[in-house]
Design a protein around this ligand. Structure first.
Ligand code: GLP
Length: 219
């Protein structure tokens, strides 16, 4: 795993976006795995800027989001479909039928296979080491499925850990001092299902992009 420490959140966002832009330029029909949460918002802003500047064309790009809540309509303000619309999709030239979210109806694994597999998957990390909605204790063999989010008392759909690991290239983003401890355990601690992000240590092509706060002085 390569670890790239950037001075601050703005730099982290620009670095991550530049990586995506470069990948789309190299392969215009790129298949992207995309996260939600607070961390990637700056990256999406940069991607919109790159689109407007003519550096990034999404016309042939396919996207597969990592997760989505169950039982929310697409336009519900709390849904990840709405998050993606607001932060990226409505601002760029991505085709609606190229955008995918896990749900109860389709076979997400098959949809990913039909798109040729995920070329580049961007990930955030939860405070307890979760990736997508794979909470601690999730099997490293898990595939896309419905899960129960204990803390939120809600159901959700998530790519599985095995699904995530099949991506050809993975970028992990983490920002802020609150994440320093979990980032250190995920990157340097034992590989364990109790720390889902630790499995990334076994993937041959991962870059962790951290800002200094997330990289520094873990307890
Ligand atoms: C959520 C999402 C994850 C995300 C994580 C971190 O639970 N399901 O995909 O990576 O939280 O979010 P944040 O970037 O806001 O810390």
């Amino acid at each position: 795993m390569r670890v790239l420490v950037t001075p601050d959140y703005r730099n982290l966002s620009q670095t991550a976006a530049a990586l995506v832009v470069k990948a789309v330029q190299a392969k215009p029909d790129l298949t992207l795995g995309l996260p939600t949460g607070a961390t990637p918002i700056g990256m999406y802003e940069e991607l919109v800027r790159s689109f407007r500047g003519g550096q990034c064309d999404f016309a042939l790009v396919h996207t597969f989001n990592l997760d989505e809540f169950a039982g929310l309509s697409a336009d519900h303000p709390g849904s990840y479909r709405e998050y993606m619309r607001v932060h990226l999709f409505e601002h760029v030239n991505i085709r609606k039928d190229h955008v995918h979210f896990p749900d109860a109806t389709g076979d997400y694994e098959e949809e990913i296979r039909n798109a040729g597999g995920i070329d580049l998957l961007i990930l955030g990390i939860g405070m307890n080491g979760h990736i997508a909605f794979n909470e601690p204790g999730s099997s490293f063999q898990s595939r896309t499925r419905e899960v129960v989010l204990m803390e939120r008392k809600q159901r959700a759909f998530t790519m599985g850990i095995a699904t995530i690991l099949e991506a050809r290239r993975i970028v992990l983003l983490a920002s802020g001092a609150a994440k320093a401890g979990v980032v250190h355990r995920a990157l340097h601690g034992p590989v364990s299902e109790l720390m889902p992000a630790s499995i990334l240590q076994t993937h041959p092509n991962v870059i962790a992009i951290l800002d200094e706060d997330a990289a520094g002085h873990p307890l």
